[in-house]
Design a protein. Structure first.
Length: 97
């Protein structure tokens, strides 16, 4: 469903419950924002859901760049904080920093 919209080296995985983690190695924050914007549009399009066009799909996200020398858990915590803020702001928001 999303493979054509993400890069060959990108990784999408279920993280926790209804949360997913998208790793975009060697991708600038600006390009990552463009990819996520494409994903949001794709998921919101009823044609993306084939025989279930009645589905209304949105997602909220936190988008961060990994800082050199930063522990991975710290990068994930920063993303999680932004995601929570995006969820509080309403459906379909993605905050990046």
């Amino acid at each position: 469903l999303v493979q054509p919209l993400i890069g060959e080296s990108d990784v999408l995985a279920r993280w926790d419950g209804d949360e997913f983690l998208l790793l975009l190695p060697d991708t600038s924050l600006e390009l990552a924002q463009e990819r996520v914007a494409c994903l949001r549009l794709h998921f919101a399009d009823p044609l993306s859901w084939g025989d279930r066009p009645e589905l209304q799909v949105t997602f909220s996200g936190g988008l961060v760049a990994h800082r050199q020398g930063e522990p991975v858990h710290t990068t994930l915590e920063r993303a999680a904080l932004l995601m929570r803020s995006a969820k509080l702001a309403g459906r379909g928001e993605v905050f990046a920093r």
